[in-house]
Design a protein. Structure first.
Length: 291
């Protein structure tokens, strides 16, 4: 129980540190997402202004230059197709870095949990049926034989601990299994609150980026003399990219969390069922009737 509580406290500390880190990054992003608006250049005294209706020097550039620039941009984009995701990442603004950090944290937890469930042998498919058959044929002696034959399995360690402290008492066995299983389940659930936090925070960060992008778009409209698609395109692009980035991080994190949580729940259920079979056998041996 002490190990379980200490593990739980460590998980809460990790989630708190994650929240503070992402909050700090968001604060930095909000501070940097308000660039100074470009002010019109002051008029030099004595400088001639173009008469109304008279084209300026910039407007006198040949119209053929625009298609040439567009062709050059499209050629550059096609040549750098491998860097398209990086361009989208940069276009999303500083919020994308927050999502990147969250994604890396979630990915690290995923690989750590994969390693844990791969190297730890919690149980096997035939363990419960083998235990039932042994109890039906040899009673508790048969159950001890099965546990000895599968001593490397975590479920065997839990049941052995329960039998060691039971001294033939079913209630002592139940409490021993509960205490021992609590420690192993806490170990199996380690890191899952972080995945849950990432899957919850990432969409919120994406939506915050969406709001920031829309604010940028409306700010551009307010400062523009005439409104067209190019005026609002930058802000809307930031809004869509941050939303997509948040979902890209959150969906795998939630998938990993559900997968690992289902494995922990399945293991807890199997421990409970196996312990229940042994518990009933102890009740029979002591002459008590199961409720």
């Amino acid at each position: 129980m002490r190990n379980y509580l200490s593990s739980l406290l460590r998980e809460k500390k990790i989630v708190l540190i994650l929240g503070l880190t992402m909050g700090s990054l968001l604060f930095i992003q909000l501070e940097q997402s308000n660039p100074l608006q470009a002010q019109p250049a002051p008029q030099v005294e004595g400088e001639e202004q173009p008469a109304e209706g008279e084209p300026s020097a910039e407007e006198e550039k040949p119209a053929e230059a625009a298609p040439a620039e567009e062709a050059a941009e499209s050629e550059t984009d096609s040549e750098s197709g491998g860097f398209l995701l990086w361009k989208y990442f940069q276009a999303g603004g500083s919020f994308m870095w927050v999502l990147f950090v969250a994604g890396m944290i979630g990915l690290a937890v995923f690989f750590e949990r994969i390693y844990f469930f791969t190297t730890r042998k919690l149980t096997n498919r035939t363990f419960e049926q083998d235990l039932i058959d042994a109890l039906n044929t040899k009673g508790l002696d048969g159950a001890r034989d099965i546990l000895a034959a599968n001593e490397k399995l975590t479920i065997s360690k839990i049941l052995n601990e329960g039998l060691a402290v039971s001294e033939g008492d079913p209630e002592h066995f139940s409490k021993g299994v509960e205490r021992e299983a609590g420690g192993y389940l806490a170990l199996a659930e380690r890191g899952l609150p972080i995945l849950a936090a990432v899957s919850t925070i990432a969409p919120l960060v994406g939506f915050l980026g969406t709001v920031a992008g829309m604010v940028e778009a409306f700010d551009a409209i307010a400062n523009a003399d005439s409104v067209n698609a190019k005026v609002v395109a930058g802000g809307i692009k930031v809004a869509l990219l941050t939303t997509a980035g948040g979902l890209i991080v959150a969906i795998p994190a939630m998938t990993f969390f559900q997968y690992f949580q289902s494995r922990v729940n399945a293991f807890a259920t199997e421990v409970e069922q196996a312990a229940n079979h042994v518990y009933k056998e102890l009740l029979k041996k002591t002459g008590k009737v199961a409720a």
